[in-house]
Design a protein around this ligand. Sequence first.
Ligand SMILES: [Zn+2]
Length: 66
Amino acid sequence: MFKNIIAPVQAWLLAQGRCVGCGTPLTKGKREKRKDGTEKVTCKCGRIFIFNPKTKKYRRALFEEV
Ligand SMILES: [Zn+2]
């Protein structure tokens, strides 16, 4: 039940380009270019996201991408 409340908030934060954990804009994160053209963004709180420059969208990094 708790998850159902959190998920839309996290989706909204990601849509704003902000970290789902601390709300910091991910433009301030540490960026690393990846082979597939996307960027790995590490937030100051340690959460890792993948930025796709084509869609200009962020998503949570998968376990194997970390
Ligand atoms: Zn964060």
